[in-house]
Design a protein around this ligand. Sequence first.
Ligand SMILES: [Zn+2]
Length: 178
Amino acid sequence: MTISRARASVSYPARFQLVAAMNPCPCGHHGDPEKHCSCSATERARYAVRISGPLLDRIDLVVNVPRLTVDELTRANVGEPSAAVRERVHLARTQMLERQGERNSLLAGAVLRAHTALNAGPENFARTAARQLGLTGRGYDRILRVARTIADLAGAADITEAHLAEAVAYRPRELATA
Ligand SMILES: [Zn+2]
């Protein structure tokens, strides 16, 4: 990690994974179908801008997690077992390391382009999405890396429009309007 200030630029050895959570608004109920949010639009906006755009632009995945109802909490667990997910992740990780020698999250520049080369259809899709969403260069690269990972988890050699669309859905966006 390199921190540049007016007088000096300092590099620190740092490679970390950030996982963070925040409420949708100060009272915590915005977007909840059952509980009333008592915050004004201004209060929500003021709360959301605490996470600055430049910081948000460095977060790969933003996932909205709604509150579970009592019914959902008490229903029998029908989800995929963790062991199966672990196996899929292990396989995807092995494949990506064999292909390129490092994790997708570390791909950059020409190496990223080489390992996320798109066929004509997906290429069109990605360009249109980038234009319509006004993605930054960093935002576009992130979509490619996330789509590559989604394809790897699906055991797919090529990145498809579906993989790109899922990656686009995870992109950080204005928290104030979420
Ligand atoms: Zn609220």
